[in-house]
Design a protein around this ligand. Structure first.
Ligand code: SAM
Length: 259
């Protein structure tokens, strides 16, 4: 079988066993839980995960878009009914996934769809308890930043998840070598409850808030809105953290989210 990497599918494969181990060690592997792996490729992370949860009542849904790898993975895990190979686009799979209980997601993500995947995860019917992702270092740092250097992505993700940046993965630990370094992040779900309309409205609200990052908030929101939210009109979006954005949103939209 020809496994020539397809650049347009973000196929950069992990070479370093220590990195593979550290990704799997960062997931709290608990009995009876389900897991989704995004983009298993040759199955190096899948195999390490299987060795760590041997004997446990496990289910790993390994979601891969490239049929060549789906066939390879089906053969590799023929004897292991706990590994289910799902041969489809993960962006289609996430909205339809119905977990039995708590579940977690991990993967070395295809860089070209990092942001859609993170948005897709946050918009799932039920959000995963934990995610461990290897993504571009710059994006990992952006997700992890804090006020006064908040970004749209840090505010959005940190509303729902505690973020931990676990370290850099140099580009030369992949084959083929990508153009940028990677970074590992762990996301632990916070306990916030909300109705189904909330996430997309909140996403739109944050997009508007960060639409002119250099401008003061009084150029983006009306005087009435800022007063209602108790927000200082002369600060910039980057000065507010996720909790302050959530408070502001809830003051403007009490029917959608109540603090
Ligand atoms: N897990 C492997 C590793 O660490 O060596 C491969 C990681 S590679 C960075 C990304 C993987 O995601 C590739 O196997 C690629 O085919 C797969 N992929 C790309 N786009 C995808 C999509 N939309 N849905 C599911 N898998 C996808």
């Amino acid at each position: 079988m020809n496994f020539e990497p397809k650049k347009h599918l973000g196929q950069n494969f992990l070479l370093d066993t220590d990195i593979i181990r550290s990704i799997i060690d960062s997931i709290n592997l608990e009995d009876g839980e389900e897991f989704i792996e995004i983009g298993p490729g040759h199955g190096v992370l899948t195999q390490m995960a299987v060795s760590r949860i041997k004997g446990k009542d496990k289910k790993i849904y390994a979601v891969e878009i490239d049929e060549r790898f789906c066939r390879k993975l089906e053969t590799m895990f023929l004897e292991d009914p706990g590994i289910i190979i799902i041969c489809k686009d993960v962006l289609d799979y996430l909205p339809e996934f119905s977990p039995k209980g708590e579940f977690k997601i991990f993967g070395s993500l295809p860089y070209y769809i990092t942001s859609p995947i993170i948005h897709g995860v946050i918009k799932m019917k039920k959000q995963p308890k934990q995610c461990v992702f290897l993504i571009q270092k710059e994006v990992a740092e952006k997700i992890n930043c804090k006020a006064p250097d908040s970004s749209y992505l840090s505010s959005f993700v940190q509303t729902f998840y505690e973020v931990a940046y676990l370290g850099k993965v140099p580009a030369d630990r992949f084959d083929p070598k990508p153009e940028v370094d990677g970074g590992i992040i762990s996301l632990e779900r916070k306990n916030i409850s909300y109705n189904s309309d909330f996430v997309s409205k909140y996403e739109g609200f944050l997009h508007k808030a960060y639409s002119h990052p250099r401008k003061m908030l009084n150029k983006i929101f009306t005087k009435e809105e800022l007063e209602k939210g108790g927000i200082n009109p002369s600060i910039r979006a980057q000065n507010l953290d996720s909790q302050q954005w959530l408070n502001f949103f809830s003051k403007l939209n009490p029917a959608l989210y109540e603090i």
